[in-house]
Ligand binder design. Structure first.
Ligand code: ADP
Ligand code: MG
Length: 311
């Protein structure tokens, strides 16, 4: 991938979110990377990948150790937030943060080699094994018991994120509205009965877990959210089930057992996350997802598993 391609891919999103500052950040990116790399004594090999909101550039240090620079616009608060969560959740299953330059929008991370995403693993059992290996290595970070609400900053709480469901639900047609109402009630029940909120990776789906060879895996791209540990598998299960034959109680149960979580809560949060994903897409795109969207199919099937919903 060359610079021109990388910049062309991220420019529209950076401009949408940050206006003129986003456009400049895209234009200046190669110079900004060169400047930061020089200050860290790194050799720049070139853009490796583009993500949802970033350009990831391959580098190596003076001893030849491979690394990446994850680059966002300097105005994006996501860089600082990712640096904090990488530090608080540091563990053998999480990509190491080596240094950060938040004012430049750049993080220096270890490079995962070969770095194939877990989404390429077609066997569900092998994918669950890898997911559990990574998730069980993350430390359990709880809010400061002496602290006030401020101790959870700079991360949102899951309760706060659920607010997006209310807006979404109000915009739906009658049929979808009934299913949405049901899933919102599930969300409130799960939130109200959460006993031990912890700091979660918050985006641990199978595109954000990379293979390092020899059976080792690393999580990348943590978002940081305070919530029920049973929420952590939700985006992983949603993605897998959307691509395969649909929801599997057995898969949720096996994963929950390995992580000492409640299988019913894991399944419930997966449906709630599916609804959240529909709500976030609607916020971003300005239009509702069609009824044929595979997330609606997953919601309808999943709802039958946990009862209370008759189509
Ligand atoms: N530490 C890393 N080692 C190897 N590849 C990486 C690393 N971090 C990111 N990547 C690559 O860059 C892509 C985007 O990175 P990611 O952190 O997920 O960005 P975004 O927040 O934009 O989704 C990943 O899908 C992966 O291909
Ligand atoms: Mg990502």
């Amino acid at each position: 991938m060359d610079w021109e391609h990388a910049v062309t891919v991220v420019r529209p999103g950076w401009e949408r979110r940050h206006g003129a500052a986003g456009r400049c950040a895209a234009h200046d990116l190669p110079d900004r990377v060169a400047m930061v790399a020089t200050s860290w004594d790194l050799t720049v090999l070139g853009p490796l990948a583009t993500g949802w909101e970033s350009v990831v550039v391959a580098v190596h240090d003076v001893s030849g150790q491979p690394g990446v620079l994850k680059c966002r616009p300097p105005a994006d608060p996501g860089t600082r937030r990712e640096a904090v969560v990488l530090t608080r959740l540091a563990s053998p299953g999480l990509v190491p943060l080596i240094a950060s330059a938040p004012d430049e929008g750049v993080l220096w991370l270890g490079r995962v080699v070969p770095g194939h995403a877990l989404s390429q693993e077609l066997d569900d059992q092998a994918a669950v094994d890898a997911w559990c290996q990574v998730a069980s290595s993350l430390p359990r970070v709880v809010p400061d018991p002496e602290g006030t609400g401020a101790s959870t900053a700079p991360f949102p709480t899951l309760d706060h994120q659920l607010g997006a469901l209310e807006v979404w639900q109000a915009t739906l047609s009658k049929g979808q509205g009934r299913l949405a109402q049901w899933v919102v009630a599930v969300a409130h029940r799960l939130a109200a009965s959460t006993r031990d909120p912890s700091l979660l990776h918050g985006d641990l789906h199978d595109e954000n877990i990379l293979a390092a060879g020899g059976g080792a895996f690393y999580a990348i791209d943590p978002k940081g959210v305070w919530g029920d540990p049973a929420y952590e598998p939700a985006c992983f299960l949603m993605n897998r089930w959307m691509r395969s034959s649909g929801p599997s109680e057995r898969m949720a149960g096996a994963l929950a057992e390995r992580l000492l979580l409640d299988g019913g809560r894991v399944l419930g949060w997966t449906l709630v996350h599916t609804a959240l994903s529909l709500a976030w897409s609607q916020e971003d795109d300005g239009v509702a997802a069609p009824a044929t969207d595979s997330r609606w199919t997953l919601l309808r099937h999943g709802a039958r598993f946990i009862g209370g919903w008759k189509a």
